[in-house]
Design a binder for this molecule. Sequence first.
Ligand SMILES: [Zn+2]
Ligand SMILES: [Zn+2]
Length: 128
Amino acid sequence: MRVTNQLVIIQESVLKYKGHVTIEEVFKRAKRRLPQLSLATVYRNLSRLVAELKIGRVFISGAAFYEANLSPHMHFVCRKCGGIEDIQMDKRTHPIYEVIEGQGGSVTEFNFVALGTCKKCSEKGQKR
Ligand SMILES: [Zn+2]
Ligand SMILES: [Zn+2]
């Protein structure tokens, strides 16, 4: 019972967050409701939620970010401000789905990350 409750609270800590959240942020949020919580428990539960396709995960420069957005999408990361943008895409138009599904497999995680300078930071640079 207690374990289930932990899982639900950890899941909510990700789903209520707009955007991409690190394990440390999930830990901080969930700990308010579960004072006994350990970082190892958060890590274990997050991995389980990802495996069960209840939350999304993306690796950016080696760090894991968790998110509510489960649809296949790419990420654009600004190197200047660190902002992470979801780039929605139609899975049928991406060749990887065609290739993998053509082989009889299926894609469950989509970890494509593009780095660059976001619109805001580009505009700031031009004004100078
Ligand atoms: Zn930026
Ligand atoms: Zn995302």
